[in-house]
Write a protein that binds this ligand. Structure first.
Ligand code: FUB
Length: 347
């Protein structure tokens, strides 16, 4: 399995270089929000009228690059804030460090946050002592932390990229999952598989997960379920549909009463979206939100502020290296029928 991964990775790396070469010729439509540190996977929210961005904090830790992403070896979270889009961006310092998460071993990946009754909750994936990705939660009285982590991961959680969505009825849902280095392929019916393989081209693609959060925000109140992303005929995507199927980086927002599930296709580098009438789906595929950016990964969030919608995303403009990324923002626009206008981050 490892060898198969490595040869696939070599192909992907060359594809990624091609994409980079094309994009380097063009001008980015947005500049990095900060340049004194590397930041990625921006989960943005508006709390009390102000924008808070919960990113990964990329560092060079010296771990050799491999197909499982072991070189994404992040050790803490720093939260960015700004009053308005285009305004001064503040780095609020370390909000949570891996050394203060009792069950964590390594690789603090993409987080998200929410607020309930004056308490802020930070959800994060990190590998446990057995090198299995689990999702943890930490809380704070302030949106910028410092956050205190719970002693154990959320029971029944696994894989990466938690995205928390607050519905209009005040229910909170956690979406999560990421294949390949994110380990989602190791889980079937919520049970861990010792010898897992990635889906083969003619097999159904791995699916993202959802669970409703309990009132205390620290547990799942139901069994984890799969989310179906289907084409216009209702067919679930196969692995060979890798320009549309889910890879990682779930995000959910609501627009005109519909649920928009957006995600990265990973090895084909698109941010796509699909629409449903309820938080569990099935979500019907609609198209591409963001075309491939410089770098291998693509990860985003979508918020509304001051009557406009914004896409937060990252690329590697500052470093040119896949694991040292920088977060950015640009306006997102809808068509009259509710579809999203595809964004090209380079002109
Ligand atoms: O930042 C580490 C991982 O890279 C994230 O969890 C993925 O979404 C990808 O952006």
């Amino acid at each position: 399995m490892k060898n198969r991964h490595l040869s696939v990775f070599a192909v992907l790396a060359s594809l990624s270089n091609t994409i980079d070469a094309q994009n380097v010729e063009k001008k980015p439509i947005s500049q990095p929000l900060v340049s004194h540190i590397y930041t990625a996977d921006p989960s943005a929210h508006v709390f009390n009228g102000k924008i808070y961005i919960y990113p990964s904090h990329d560092i060079e830790s010296g771990v050799k690059a491999d197909a499982d992403g072991n070189h994404f070896d992040m050790k803490d979270f720093r939260i960015l804030s700004m009053d308005n889009i285009g305004g001064k961006v503040k780095d609020n310092g370390v909000a949570l460090s891996i050394k203060d998460i009792p069950w964590a071993k390594r690789q603090l990946w993409a987080p998200d946050a929410t607020a309930k009754k004056g308490i802020y909750y930070l959800y994060f994936p990190v590998k446990d002592k057995d090198d299995i990705f689990r999702i943890g939660v930490a809380s704070s009285k302030k949106p910028i932390g410092p956050f205190k982590a719970e002693a154990t991961p959320i029971k029944g959680s696994y894989s990466i990229d938690p995205a928390v969505f607050k519905d209009s009825d005040d229910s909170y849902y956690l979406y999560f999952g990421g294949i390949s280095g994110g380990q989602l392929q190791r889980w079937k019916d919520n049970q861990y598989l010792e010898n897992a393989e990635m889906a083969k081209k003619n097999e159904l693609a791995h699916l993202p997960r959802i669970a409703k959060l309990s009132a205390n925000m620290k547990e799942f109140s139901e069994e984890v379920k799969e989310i179906k992303i289907v084409d216009e005929k209702g067919n679930v995507f196969k692995e060979s549909d890798n320009d549309k199927r889910f890879f990682e980086a779930a995000w959910v927002h609501k627009y005109r009463g519909k649920y928009y599930f957006s995600y990265s296709t990973g090895d084909t580098h698109n941010i796509c979206y699909a629409i449903a009438d309820n938080p569990y789906g099935p979500f019907t595929y609609k198209g591409v939100v963001l075309k491939p950016v410089q770098g291998w990964t693509s990860h985003h969030s979508i918020i509304q502020k001051g009557g406009k919608w914004y896409l937060f995303y990252h690329d590697v403009q500052l470093s040119g290296q896949t694991h040292l990324r920088n977060v950015k923002v640009t306006e997102l626009k809808y068509n009259p029928d509710g579809t999203i206008q595809t964004i090209d981050a380079y002109k």
